[in-house]
Design a protein around this ligand. Structure first.
Ligand SMILES: Cc1ncc(COP(=O)(O)O)c(C=O)c1O
Ligand SMILES: N[C@H](C=O)CCC(=O)O
Length: 431
């Protein structure tokens, strides 16, 4: 596959942009080679600057759940643009989307729109602190909640991919208020809570982790967190930036039947535009300024174009619940195909999947937490990633990410992915 144009653009980009990219994980640093510079995308396919076509399994890291260039979302954006790009004043559409979010997400009674997942999580923690009058919060090792200072400790996603799960630049003062516990370990969590009695404002967790690869909660784990938080007056925050509107119309909280006190959202909620949101119980959300004393603001928050894209996306998902059956079926089909290849090739790697999220871990250990995920053979992942890319399959360039399916994938695409997976595994093992 010829990628001369991407290579030339990457050279050029590095002169003006740190590392040549505007978000680290895009740089292919842990897998080597040149990041693809993307020119356009349609449905289930992206096209790079050399006009190569790839089947999309990144989907902008989740937002493009209905595939690229959905005609209704595109039209909503074009219509909104006619009335100006931004007002910095309230609009009717903000009420409509807020009402829709409240009707879809079980934990949300009131919601505030922001511009990214990072803003959503930073704001949610501040509100939880203001509400409880406590300073500390507990984060799960390997979860990623964006790049707010207090989250860049044992962080997953690009942070671990770049080898900096604890980022320089985060002060000791900030770090001391972030407590850590492993995913899926209720006993360890209970100890952290008890050792910091009456000091913990919040527990924040990705209910299905997607940023250490895809890791599912064990049965009873989320319920156990709920009980622990109730016992100790701690605000339970589900970070559903990735899982929100993906695993069910009401996200992982609907799928797993556990309702947190607060929820953070991003990605799909903007239909591809930069949007985030945080919401929860009225009693907590009424602490947010100007209703309450906790300050949080945004010049472009509730931007009319972003709201038009987001509202159309959420309406489509809300009105067409069969989308989730279809995504689950595609996810199950892909998993079956992967499992068959592993068996046929005598390989014992671990596949974690739920609905339209899936990670193939290059380890024979079951993966229930960050430590397990880190037993993966990253050199094998690197080879696998390039073998898949050579076969026209565009995966996230890191072992510590999930792949995301869209409804635009047809059976033939899934069969191509399964075939490419089989051939790639064969190739990298010299079989
Ligand atoms: C679970 C989770 N929370 C928060 C974020 C941060 O969102 P953003 O990149 O939009 O700031 C991400 C993704 O980056 C995420 O996956
Ligand atoms: N895993 C991240 C978000 O979910 C990847 C996106 C990024 O950091 O650029």
């Amino acid at each position: 596959m010829k990628t001369d144009n991407s290579r030339a653009l990457f050279e050029q980009a590095q002169a003006f942009i740190p590392g040549g990219v505007n978000s680290p994980v895009r740089a292919f640093k842990s897998v080597g080679g040149t990041p693809l510079f993307i020119k356009r995308a349609e449905g289930a396919y992206v096209y790079d600057e050399d006009d190569n076509q790839y089947i999309e399994l990144i989907n902008s890291w989740g937002p493009m759940i209905l595939g690229h260039k959905h005609p209704k979302i595109e039209q909503a954006v074009l219509n909104a643009v006619q009335n100006s790009l931004s007002f910095g004043a309230p609009t009717q559409r903000e009420i409509t989307i807020a009402e829709l979010i409240v009707s879809m997400v079980p934990s949300i009674e009131k919601v505030r729109m922001v511009n990214s997942g990072t803003e959503a999580t930073m704001s949610a923690i501040r509100v939880a602190r203001g509400y409880t009058g406590r300073d500390k919060f507990i984060k799960i090792e390997g979860c990623y909640h964006g790049h707010g200072d207090s989250f860049l400790i044992a962080a997953g996603s690009g942070a671990v991919t770049m080898g900096t799960p604890d980022s320089p630049g985060v002060t000791k003062g900030t770090a001391k208020d972030t407590l850590l516990a492993p995913f899926n370990d209720l006993e360890a969590m209970r100890k952290v809570v008890e050792n910091n009695k009456d000091e913990v404002a919040a527990i924040i967790i990705e209910p299905v982790a997607g940023n250490m690869g895809c890791v599912l909660p064990k049965e009873g784990y989320l319920e156990g967190l709920r009980e622990l938080c109730d016992e100790h007056g701690i605000v339970l925050i589900f970070d559903e930036v990735m899982t929100g509107f993906r695993l069910a119309p009401g996200g992982a909280q609907e799928r797993f039947g556990v309702t947190p006190d607060m929820t953070t959202l991003g990605k799909i909620i903007g239909g591809g535009m930069p949007v985030g949101a945080y919401g929860g119980k009225k009693e907590i959300m009424d602490y947010v300024s100007p209703a309450g004393p906790v300050y949080q603001a945004g010049t472009l928050s509730g931007n009319p174009i972003s709201m038009a894209a987001g509202l159309t996306m959420l309406s489509l998902l809300n009105e067409n619940p069969e989308v989730y059956t279809s995504l689950d079926e595609k996810g199950a089909y892909l998993r079956e195909g992967y499992e068959k290849s592993l068996k046929d090739l005598g390989l014992n790697y671990t596949i974690n999947s739920v609905g339209s999220m899936n990670t193939l871990f290059f380890t024979d250990k079951e993966v229930h937490n960050f430590e397990d995920a880190k037993t993966s053979n990253l050199e094998l992942f690197r080879k696998y990633f390039h073998a898949m890319l050579d076969r026209g399959i565009y995966l996230g360039p890191s072992q510590f990410e999930s792949l995301f399916l869209s409804t635009a994938l047809i059976d033939n695409d899934l069969d191509r992915i399964i075939k490419a997976n089989h051939e790639s595994l064969k190739e990298i093992h010299g079989k």
